[in-house]
Design a protein around this ligand. Structure first.
Ligand SMILES: [Zn+2]
Length: 195
């Protein structure tokens, strides 16, 4: 990916969403196939969890959070993409059960994860990161690529926040190529109709 990294607090959100993204050649790479994969992902992000400590329910939870977030972030990238209503609804269902609470630790009021398993706390921390990001206007810069085969999360650091693809050279070029082919097809059809 050629885009700038998201600010630190949103990094985790971006990284979770990008445990799956599609390939332009078709299909995609799933990095969370098993509870052990999720445990490894947690460890890579500084949370020590043993492989056997993660349950299949927690894997399901993480995947629901991931797809809910993908649906949310897709809304930051104009109205071209269909809204994934079921994924958004699922996220709304999950969020209250994660035990977020307002903490005044260090006189920095904020949402914090309550006690729970490591995975649940991590998901709660991830969702809580959206709140301050919405205030400092970084949240709306975290987007899902407009290319329907890709759907990767990227951080749009451009001045006017107008980026739509995760990568101009890959997804942007694919869209331009498609637009070119469509224009040519339309032109040829118009020519045929005229002759
Ligand atoms: Zn892309």
């Amino acid at each position: 990916m050629s885009r700038a990294d998201a600010p630190e607090t949103l990094d985790l959100v971006q990284d979770l969403v990008n445990t799956w993204f599609g390939r332009l050649s078709g299909g995609g790479d799933e990095h969370l196939r098993s509870p052990a994969d999720l445990a490894r992902w947690c460890r890579e992000h500084g949370v020590p969890v043993a492989d056997e400590a993660v349950t299949t329910d927690e894997l399901e939870l993480a995947l629901d959070v991931r797809e809910g977030l993908r649906a949310v972030l897709a809304r930051h990238n104009d109205a071209v993409q269909p809204v994934d209503g079921p994924a958004l609804d699922r996220l709304e269902e999950i969020a209250p059960g994660l035990g977020l609470h307002v903490s005044f630790a260090d006189d920095q009021p904020g949402l914090r994860a309550q006690d729970g398993t490591s995975v649940r706390r991590m998901m709660a921390t991830l969702l809580a990161a959206a709140v301050p990001a919405a205030h400092d206007r970084t949240w709306h810069r975290l987007k899902v690529c407009r290319e329907p085969r890709c759907r990767a999360a990227f951080y749009d650091a451009s001045r006017n926040a107008s980026g739509v693809w995760c990568s101009m050279s890959a997804c942007g070029a694919a869209a331009k190529q498609r637009a070119f082919v469509e224009r040519r097809r339309a032109r040829n059809a118009a020519r045929r109709a005229a002759s």
